[in-house]
Write a protein that binds this ligand. Structure first.
Ligand code: C2E
Ligand code: CA
Ligand code: CA
Length: 432
């Protein structure tokens, strides 16, 4: 006999799913009706398997299967395609929009607490939806497109559903290609560090520089971080990339000091994910000793949004880093809804006014108000302040007049490769 049900959950398996999908397509064609294909994927299910073992993981899948059966109408087919991937064929939809009701019910039923042995688990799910015939008249198209929409749901922060749209096919493809080439880039050493000067606007002297990574792709040319950092974050490759960036940048700054130049403080961009790595402090110490880079030459930039995701744990780790003698700056300040009570307790040295507020200076009243407020806040908390993304003389002059003398941006210089930065350092002025 042909096996059509999944032995773990009793749901339809992939074979039966394909058959049902085919039948549903035929029926809908005849009746000129539409239906929805929902692709459900549990978020972070791998963590449960990894930390609690497969036996618990299997029980979770069984419980989720039961819940799905309860929220879906009996005529709708639920299948488990494998792992933690489920599909639902929702028949006879009047309008595509009805699929969102089903998706909402699924998301809420999955999110209820799961009790197994003495564990209480909370799961979320991401769902992609494709609608016949608009999103595909053939089985494999519908499935592929629902899958792409599910990917988008994950990218939107998980625990939500998304309808398929045409631009997603391209996206899913790019992701796969991009991830493979990121790995290759790491082993081929295609990442290069650029340096952008931070300047005392009153004297035009360099007070420091920010290390910014660039990907020099052998075929594509230079690729900017906005294109690849998000995916690198998601896949964890960021850890390896930042390790390379830190090593290269620290080695370079130590070399400049040894040459008798005065590069000031080296600012490195790190995410909380990196700082939360168990060996983060040891790793920093190792890098510093390998590259002969002193703690007082270093500053770490962490974005406000990242800190405020989990301020309590941020305070702990940032304290340790601060005790090493490394300075801390809050990047993109003004965009992350800081709670002032946390801000006071963080061991930070500097606020970095986000470019989006600098853009409107000196004419946009709102930006003027925000910039002034941040500068006043820094002064009252006895923090340094620097503005990023300063492109014009008017912006620079406004900032200096209002008490922010530290300036970074194209007005002085774009990020430069090490060789060009060295020429600038030899002049000891932020002018090439
Ligand atoms: P960020 O930390 O906010 O860096 C500032 C960005 O603004 C940089 O873009 C910089 O080149 C750009 N910029 C500086 N001055 C101006 C200006 O006057 N006008 C304009 N239009 N742009 C200016 P970049 O290098 O493309 O980096 C983008 C983001 O990628 C960074 O934002 C940072 O979050 C991330 N990033 C860059 N390098 C690294 C790295 O090595 N590690 C990690 N984890 N993230 C990095
Ligand atoms: Ca930064
Ligand atoms: Ca920034």
């Amino acid at each position: 006999m042909r096996k059509v049900s999944d032995s773990l959950t009793g749901l339809a398996n992939r074979v039966l799913f394909n058959e049902r999908l085919q039948q549903t397509i035929e029926k809908a064609k005849q009746q000129k009706s539409s239906f929805a294909l929902l692709f459900v994927d549990l978020d972070r299910f791998k963590q449960i398997n990894d930390s609690l073992g497969h036996a618990i993981g299997d029980k979770v899948l069984q419980i989720i299967s039961k819940r799905l059966q309860r929220v879906v109408r009996t005529e709708d087919t639920i299948s488990r395609l494998g792992g933690d991937e489920f599909t639902i064929l929702a028949q006879d939809l009047d309008k595509g929009e009805n699929a969102s009701l089903i998706a909402e019910k699924i998301i809420s039923s999955i999110s209820k607490a799961i009790y197994i042995d003495n564990h209480t688990l909370y799961l979320t799910s991401s769902i992609g939806i494709s609608i016949f015939p608009d999103d595909g008249a053939e089985a494999d198209h519908l499935l592929k497109n629902a899958d792409a929409a599910m990917f988008r749901a994950k990218e939107e922060g998980k625990n939500n559903f998304q309808y398929y749209s045409v631009d997603m096919t391209q996206l899913a493809f790019e992701r796969v290609v991009m991830e493979a080439s990121l790995r290759k880039a790491l082993s081929n050493d295609e990442f290069v560090v650029y340096f952008q000067p931070q300047v005392d606007g009153k004297t035009d002297k360099i007070i420091g520089m920010e290390a910014l990574v660039r990907w020099e792709h052998p075929d594509v040319g230079m690729i900017f971080p906005d294109k690849f950092i998000p995916l690198a974050q998601e896949t964890g490759l960021i850890l390896a990339i930042d390790q390379k960036v830190m090593k290269a940048a620290m080695t370079q700054i130590a070399k400049w000091y040894k040459m008798g130049l005065n590069p000031g403080v080296l600012a490195l961009n790190l995410s909380m994910k990196q700082l939360n790595q168990g060996d983060c402090i040891e790793n920093l110490e190792q890098l510093m000793s390998d590259s002969k880079c002193k703690a007082e030459w270093l500053e770490l930039e962490v974005t406000e949004g990242e800190i405020m995701k989990n301020p309590q744990s941020a305070i702990e780790i940032l304290n340790k880093i601060s005790q090493m003698g490394i300075e801390l700056a809050v990047d993109d300040f003004g965009t992350g809804y800081s709670s002032l009570s946390y801000l006071k307790r963080l061991p930070i040295d500097k606020l970095k006014i986000d470019k989006s507020f600098v853009d409107g200076l000196p004419d946009n009243e709102e930006d003027v108000g925000i910039a002034r407020a941040i500068i006043a806040l820094a002064q009252s908390l006895k923090l340094e302040v620097i503005a990023e993304g300063v492109e014009t003389k008017e912006q620079r002059d406004f900032l200096i007049q209002n008490g922010c003398t530290n300036i970074q941006g194209y007005y002085y210089s774009k990020p430069l490769p090490a060789g060009k930065m060295q020429e600038m350092l030899k002049k000891d002025l932020a002018i090439l």
